[in-house]
Design a binder for this molecule. Structure first.
Ligand code: NAD
Length: 433
């Protein structure tokens, strides 16, 4: 990972720019430029071959200025301290964009879960939570699934946390199985949020979903639900890819059949009627929408030059490098930034936590309706900001988010900004023109 692709340095740059654009003093950057707590854990696991292997994990908690911290746990061989630090800060700005009562956090364990047996994975998941239990809880820090983690793992983690505490704490973790207090609609929530903002963007740009085409990179939780729901809305999905391969058919892929195929073969590669394309080819397809739903740094300067789509919907966190972002903006491509585009997941996680607190559970249509309203409201606020100040959707999202956390920090007495008689922020004086 170079400085140009380091999520922690990237988000620091985004924060700094927003502080400047808002005309806020440097103090705002100083308060939010680092996670307030980073915990590093070493988790020994008894391997099937009789050996013991110790795995390193992290949990970064960025700020609790607007509530307990919240964010997923990732199992991946490329996890690093800087990656979770950066991802925890993106979570802060995501929850701020959505107006949720949380700050940001993120966790990760350096491992390749594909090489672990189910028992090894369970021991690792439980050990990770046991070590972090002192700094977690429904009112402190609430984890959720992310790359290579899922409801089953959330169930093990909840059980371990309950054992440590000695009582039931369903609100400790979200994205858990329904039978343990999960929320209807959570599994598909990130993809459903992607659908809602893509439809909103298409409406604003005059694109008819029924005549539109899309390509999706990544076919895990976020990618599968995004592809399925977009297809149900009439969008023709011509390509999808995963870490092992891809499926391309210019006439459109049969998404329900592809889902069954991918479930069975654990890849989209070789799907009947499709052919393989590279990630470079996928990003250069002549489609209306590209949905990166895999990992960070997929659209760099080189790929940004290739993009022909009118909309890039950032379903993954940090899929575009700053260089790629600048080029997409120069080329007039409408980017729905990650902190808005994939916020459906944390929003329904919030609904799950609220339901756990009440002990009263909502039907799925209620969850989806509430999500629709919140995604549309957030989209509209950011879109208005973008048009009024002639900035990109990403810059507009950061203006909204940083304004909110700075206001909360001021209300707590951490900063002394004057929100009552505020000088018009630099951005309102045309600095962004
Ligand atoms: P996942 O593990 O379920 O799926 C990841 C997918 O990406 C897999 O299909 C994998 O094969 C694919 N992939 C990995 N490297 C790839 C490559 N080089 N080319 C093509 N495909 C590749 O993870 P997920 O939960 O779907 O998360 C995906 C992204 O969305 C991450 O950036 C995550 O942080 C973000 N996100 C997830 C959620 C959530 O609710 N799960 C919420 C918000 C954001």
């Amino acid at each position: 990972m170079s400085d140009l692709t380091n999520p922690f340095l990237i988000v620091q740059g985004q924060l700094h720019r927003a502080v400047e654009n808002l005309g806020f003093p440097e103090d705002v950057y100083e308060v939010f430029k680092e996670p307030f707590r980073i915990t590093r854990v070493a988790v020994p696991v008894h391997m099937e071959n009789g050996s013991i292997q110790t795995f390193i994990g992290f949990r970064a908690q960025h700020t609790d200025v607007t509530g307990p911290t919240k964010g997923g746990i990732r199992f991946h061989q490329d996890v690093s301290e800087d990656e979770v630090k950066g991802l925890s800060m993106w979570m802060t700005f995501k929850t701020a964009v959505m107006g949720l009562p949380y700050g940001g956090a993120k966790g990760g364990v350096i491992c390749d879960p594909g090489t672990l047996t189910e028992r090894e994975l369970e021991e690792l998941s439980r050990g990770y939570i046991r070590q972090l239990a002192p700094v977690m809880g429904p009112e402190i820090d609430i984890p959720a699934p992310d790359v290579n983690t899922n409801p089953k793992i959330m169930g093990w983690m909840l059980d371990e946390f309950d054992k440590v505490r000695g009582h039931h704490t369903p609100g400790f973790i979200t994205g858990k199985p329904l039978v343990l207090g999960g929320s209807l609609g959570r599994d598909a929530a990130t993809g459903r949020g992607v659908l809602f903002v893509v439809l909103r963007a298409m409406d604003r740009l005059g694109i008819d979903p029924k005549k539109a085409t899309a390509a999706v990179q990544g076919f895990g939780n976020v990618g599968t639900h995004s592809a399925r729901l977009l297809a149900e809305a009439g969008v023709k999905i011509v390509a999808v890819s995963d870490v092992r391969g891809s499926a391309y058919n210019p006439d459109g892929l049969d998404i329900p059949a592809l889902l069954r195929y991918a479930q069975e073969h654990r890849t989209t590669k070789g799907f009947p009627g499709s052919r393989e394309i590279s990630n470079d080819d996928l990003f250069s397809l002549d489609v209306d929408v590209i949905v990166p739903a895999a990992l960070e740094n997929q659209i760099d300067g080189k790929r940004a030059e290739l993009v022909k789509a009118r909309i890039v919907a950032e379903a993954a966190n940090g899929p575009t490098t700053p260089e790629g972002d600048e080029l997409l903006a120069e080329r007039g491509i409408f980017v729905i930034p990650d902190i808005l585009c994939n916020a459906g997941g944390v929003t329904v996680s919030y609904f799950e936590w609220v339901q756990n607190t009440m002990g009263y559970y909502w039907p799925e249509d209620e969850v989806n309706d509430k999500l629709l309203r919140m995604m549309n409201d957030a989209f509209d606020t950011i879109y208005k900001m973008r048009n009024e100040h002639k900035v990109t959707m990403r810059e507009a999202a950061y203006l909204v988010a940083v304004h909110r956390v700075a206001e909360a920090a001021t209300a707590r007495g951490w900063l002394s900004l004057d929100f009552q008689h505020q000088v018009p922020p630099a951005i309102l004086r045309g600095a962004g023109d």
